[in-house]
Design a binder for this molecule. Structure first.
Ligand SMILES: Cc1ncc(COP(=O)(O)O)c(C=O)c1O
Length: 424
């Protein structure tokens, strides 16, 4: 392939939304990915939690080939062979009742917010139960509704004004949650483990109180499992460590192994708020993506990958704690299963760059957190290879001056509000 031409065209014609290294990935196999020079990288990012089965898994390739030659699209005006069975599987592993399919995570979040509003409106004969609560540190996507419940000022402010009536609650602060919850709230949305927020788990006490308050006010508890769900924690869903179910669950990333597919799973009472014509999608739940998603879920079961996630996750966590004892640049290790964050004393970007040069794919989130989201098919030998390479990266990356702690989203919002006011 002509990598130079591909890079030149990208620079000339793509919108400038990503900072990318100057290489082109051309293929992958299992937990490895290869660039245009044939150089091999151990992929601990998994396409940001998408490639749960790694690259070119035979079950995925088989399902894709077979279905591509039969029907890629038939439209949601008709049934296809796979949407119903996939919804049945998702209901079985989540304990939820009904499913709506989308094309992305953001769109699943939009759908969940619309469903919560529709439910509240129907229940109150149109009265104004419209407030949305979300958490500091939350990331729920880039479309307008999803962005409205995303906390970071740097993502929100350039697009303001967003939806009205959204309030942010401090993560794991039960008193703040109680103070901000009232009878006008129609939904609270949370990630059981915040991904972009730096791998920050929601506590059981906070989740339980959120569940109680939502039940008491007949508001929707929306759990965003787009990054932490579908097996990443070693359970089908991260919320399953808590005793009670949410009302709505959003999933996407690993569902169809990289084909665009998301979903909202709902309890029956909330699902009933959608009636024909109220919501829809041209591509969502098409036969190709759904056939592949069924192959993904079957493979996770057949290859006992939830067990593998737990076993490899435990080895990785133990190894990272060992590294934390050796390297003072590590501040904290957080997360569960194969969703782990290494918080550093300084900016994580130079470590990501050094890791790439060492044949390791990881990324930085929340400035100082190295994020690990490897495929569920990871082997014990690959965990050891990763830990050896990471030790090398930690030892050789020159330490930048400790960065100032990232301000909380609430502080960042207050600062940018003050700056806007000063500019007027
Ligand atoms: C928790 C969470 N919600 C929503 C999204 C948005 O998903 P998408 O990029 O598919 O729109 C993401 C993406 O990173 C996410 O991590």
């Amino acid at each position: 392939m002509n990598a130079g031409a591909a890079l030149r065209a990208a620079h000339r014609y793509l919108m400038n939304t990503y900072r990318r290294p100057q290489l082109v990935f051309t293929r992958g196999r299992g937990c490895y990915i290869y660039d245009h020079r044939g150089r091999r990288y151990l992929d601990f990012l998994g396409g940001i939690a998408v490639n749960a089965l790694g690259h070119a898994h035979p079950a995925v390739v088989r399902a894709l080939r077979r279905q591509a030659a039969r029907a890629i699209h038939v439209s949601n005006l008709y049934h296809n062979e796979f949407q119903g069975p996939l919804a049945e599987q998702l209901a079985a592993c989540s304990g939820m009742d009904r499913v709506f399919f989308t094309n992305s995570g953001s769109e699943a979040v939009e759908t969940a917010l619309k469903l919560a509003r529709a439910y509240a409106k129907q229940k109150t004969n149109g009265a104004s139960r419209v407030r949305l609560l979300a958490l500091d540190g939350a990331f729920h996507g880039r479309t307008f509704g999803a962005l409205t419940v995303t906390a970071a000022a740097k993502y929100r402010d350039p697009f303001a004004p967003l939806l009205p009536e959204v309030t942010f609650v401090r993560l794991n602060d039960v008193a703040d949650l109680e103070a901000k919850f009232d009878a006008r709230v129609c939904a609270l949305i949370l990630e059981p483990i915040q991904g972009e927020g730096g791998i920050q788990p929601v506590s059981e006490a906070f989740y339980s109180r959120a569940r109680q308050l939502c039940t008491a006010h007949d508001a929707a508890l929306i759990v965003d499992e787009i990054q932490c769900g579908l097996g990443r924690t070693g359970r089908w869903f991260a919320y399953q460590k808590f005793p009670e179910r949410p009302d709505l669950v959003t999933v996407a990333k690993p569902l169809a192994a990289g084909l665009p597919l998301g979903a909202v799973l709902a309890r029956e009472n909330f699902a009933a708020a959608f009636t024909p014509g109220l919501h829809g999608s041209t591509f969502g739940g098409g036969p190709l993506a759904c056939a592949v998603a069924l192959a993904v879920l079957r493979t996770i079961q057949r290859e006992r990958l939830l067990e593998n996630v737990r076993a490899r996750g435990a080895e990785l966590l133990a190894g990272l704690h060992e590294l934390a004892r050796r390297f003072r640049c590590i501040r904290e290790i957080r997360g569960e299963g194969l969703m782990l964050g290494i918080e550093l004393e300084t900016d994580a970007a130079p470590y990501v760059e050094r890791a790439l040069a060492r044949g390791l794919l990881v990324n930085a989130t929340h400035e100082r957190v190295l994020r690990l989201l490897p495929p569920y098919i990871l082997t014990a030998a690959q965990v050891r290879t990763f830990l050896d390479r990471l030790a090398d990266v930690l030892a050789r990356t020159p330490r930048a001056k400790p960065s100032r702690p990232t301000p909380s989203p609430a502080v960042a919002r207050a600062v940018s509000r003050a700056a806007r006011a000063a500019a007027h």
